[in-house]
Structures are given as C-alpha cells and as structure tokens.
Design a binder for this molecule. Structure first.
Ligand code: ZN
Length: 159
C-alpha cells in the first residue's frame, strides 16, 4: 500500500547536515523509525517526499532549514529563574516545558547562572539545511486507536 494520511510508515533513515556532511541522526544499526503519516510527526519536507511511497522506496532528499526543522529564531532563546528548573539539570540537557499557549515545548539548557538559566526553544537542528537518506521498510494502515491518539502504537512506551 501507499503512504498517505493515516498510514503507519516504517523507515530507515540517516540525517546529515547538508553543508558540513556531519551525520546528525541515523536509525541504521538501531530501531527503524515508525511514524503516523499526515500527523506532523516528521519534518514536513520529508513527509511530502514520502507521500504515496511504497515498501522498498528509497530516496535522498535535501531540505532547506525552513522545510525541515525551521529557521533559528532569536526570540526563542529565553531567560528563566534558575528555580524554575530541576536542581540537577545540566547545561546541554534538553527539557520540556509549556510554552505560552500551554503546549509542551522542548528547550535546550544553554547556560546555568546563579539566579537565572538561559533556555533555547529552537529545535537543535533549526537553521540547518539537512539531507535525509531514507528507505521505506513497511507501510500499513493505522488502527482506529492510533488515528485517535495521533501516534503509532508499537507495543512500547506510553500508548
Ligand atoms: Zn496512544
């Protein structure tokens, strides 16, 4: 079957920084990625390329930052009271907090001061042009429950 909205797609992928060639992430040698197609789970530009793809489809796609993880935004870097963060947090760590609309958002802890902490709400790959090497290993229809939850149930984690 072809990947379309409501398909669970299993892919093997390697993500590199297009400019430097640095490998940012790879599922090769690890668990392949399963995602629910059409639910904003993966970079938009990659999802567009996988629309209609079937098992065995392989491609390499280079995406501009805006189509991948977004441009870096300076105002996404914020200062918060040190006491807002867990005691044992460390610089470089990623934490989750609610943004001003109450949606969970990931932040990287950039700097810990005595009284304040600097957090960066940009995605770690924001501002990077990236290249995905991707192979579709499987496409199946999502269950009602998966569609309802908006994510894949693979027998692990919180479902
Ligand atoms: Zn669920």
């Amino acid at each position: 079957m072809k990947a379309t909205k409501g398909s669970v797609v299993t892919v093997q992928y390697t993500l590199t920084d297009t400019k430097s060639g640095e490998v940012l992430e790879s599922s090769v040698g690890d668990e392949p990625l399963q995602y629910l197609h059409g639910f904003d789970e993966i970079a938009e530009g990659l999802e567009n390329v996988l629309e209609g793809a079937e098992k065995g489809f392989k491609t390499k796609v280079s995406l501009k930052a805006a189509d991948a993880y977004g441009e870096r935004e300076d105002d996404a870097v914020i200062e918060v009271p040190r006491t807002d963060l867990p005691e044992d947090v460390e610089e470089g760590e990623e934490i989750w907090s609610d943004d001003e609309d109450g949606e969970p958002q990931g932040f990287t802890v950039v700097k810990l001061g005595a009284d304040t902490a600097t957090l960066d709400g940009n995605h770690p790959y924001a501002g990077k042009d990236v290249t995905f090497d991707v192979e579709v290993l499987d496409v199946r229809a999502a269950t009602e429950e998966e569609l309802d939850h908006g994510h894949v149930h693979d027998g692990s984690e919180d479902e």
